[in-house]
Design a protein around this ligand. Structure first.
Ligand SMILES: CC(=O)N[C@H](C=O)[C@@H](O)[C@H](O)[C@H](O)COP(=O)(O)O
Length: 227
């Protein structure tokens, strides 16, 4: 059972997101578990992962806390990160220490998400709110989540659209809320991860830059094609 009070992750530590969706080349087998092991060997303090299969595999492989989510598309809805209470239950039963879920101001989500947060807490897990704006972060804190991630900045129509991490949101959120703010989204370099800490992030999540080789390769090819 996770202890919700106190620090879930050592301050300023790196959390590595190990995710491969069904269409991605690294999907399947123990690939994400091995990615997680490599990350922890290097000093990562936590892992973020998608789906029951990878949560189970990663919990067996490493002993750091795991943030679990389930990405699911629902027809007619834009909410895809842990959309319903069924996913919350599955994530905690699979052993995740933290449930990540969409806490954006879309489709009445801010009202609808309360029972999801309550169930995660009742089952002994902490909750990470994936938000896209300052206002959503403030609302998430009021709803009683344990961590706030900038995960969805750039992925809602009304949030800042950029190829870069949303440092401004990070800075504003860190000043506005008391709970830990996690920098997540489009962090591609070690320098950006360090800058995120300077902007007030308690922890930094890096995904694609470490665990999606097809995207890393494409960045090399793009840079080389300009020559
Ligand atoms: C928007 C969305 O669906 N984000 C997902 C959330 O779990 C993942 O696909 C990202 O890889 C993760 O947020 C880490 O970000 P990045 O891969 O940019 O370091």
């Amino acid at each position: 059972m996770t202890q919700r009070s106190g620090e879930l992750f050592p301050a300023k530590g790196l959390i590595v997101s190990c995710q491969a969706l069904p269409h991605e080349p690294l999907r399947g087998g123990d690939t994400m578990a091995k990615m997680a092991r490599a990350a922890v060997e290097a000093g990562a303090v936590g892992i973020r992962t998608n789906g029951v299969f990878d949560i189970l595999a990663i919990k067996q492989e490493v002993s750091v806390p795991v943030i679990g989510l389930i990405k699911r598309d629902i027809a007619g809805s834009d909410i895809f990160i842990t959309p319903t209470i069924n996913e919350v239950q599955a994530i905690v039963l699979a052993g995740a220490d933290v449930v990540a879920l969409d806490v954006t101001d879309r489709e009445g989500r801010l009202e609808a998400v309360e029972p999801l947060i309550a169930l995660a807490h009742k089952m002994g897990a902490a909750v990470m709110a994936d938000i896209s704006t300052l206002e959503e972060g403030i609302a998430a804190e009021r709803l009683g989540v344990d961590l706030i991630g900038t995960t969805l900045s750039g992925y809602t129509s009304y949030s800042r659209q950029s190829d870069e991490p949303d440092f401004e949101l990070l800075q504003q959120l860190s000043e506005a809320v008391k709970i830990p703010v996690v920098a997540e989204g489009r962090i591609w370099t070690p320098e950006e991860a360090a800058k995120a800490l300077e902007c007030g992030a308690a922890n930094v999540v890096v995904g694609s830059a470490i665990t999606r080789p097809q995207l890393i390769t494409a960045r090399y090819i793009k840079a080389m094609s300009r020559r």
